[in-house]
Design a protein around this ligand. Structure first.
Ligand code: FES
Ligand code: FES
Length: 154
């Protein structure tokens, strides 16, 4: 069964028809070509698929696209441009907070949501908020440094 939905993706309103079983991750990757978010565990554990829906981090692998009807969705592609990166993107590069990059989109979007909620988080609060994001390359220390650097800027 297909359903027509309308959502805002990175500030642009998009109307689309989706199967009832289509996940939000499949919608943004396969129909919108926004492939920054990745499929990792597929069971809402690793955070590689994280997107912001109405400003909150969600596991897009486990959210149906139909449930995003009427919502504002933000993907990593909406954050910065090649010429002007978002401060979190800059900091991840500066501190070497990635190796393969598979987890990076999820970490940056989650960190963005954290800083919107709490512009001056403590180290413990950063760790706690990012606890649902895994980095199999083990860049946790550099990720903490990068996020803390942006906290220091705000
Ligand atoms: S792929 Fe969605 S949480 Fe791991
Ligand atoms: S940089 Fe490879 S999984 Fe995090």
């Amino acid at each position: 069964m297909r359903k027509a939905i309308t959502l805002t993706v990175n500030g642009r309103e998009r109307g689309v028809e989706v199967e009832a079983r289509t996940t939000l991750l499949d919608l943004v990757r396969e129909q919108f070509g926004l492939t920054g978010a990745k499929l990792g565990c597929d069971i809402q554990v690793c955070g590689a698929c994280t997107l912001l829906v109405d400003g909150k981090p969600v596991s897009a692998c486990s959210m149906l696209a139909v449930d995003a009807d009427g919502c504002a969705v933000e993907t990593i592609e909406g954050l910065g441009s090649k010429d002007k990166l978002h401060p979190l993107q800059e900091a991840f590069m500066e501190f070497g907070a990635l190796q393969c990059g598979y987890c990076t989109s999820g970490f940056i979007l989650t960190a963005k949501a954290l800083l919107a909620e709490n512009p001056q988080p403590s180290d413990a609060q950063i760790r706690d908020y990012l606890a649902g994001n895994f980095c199999r390359c083990g860049c946790y220390q550099e990720i903490m440094q990068a996020v803390k650097n942006v906290v220091g800027e705000s």
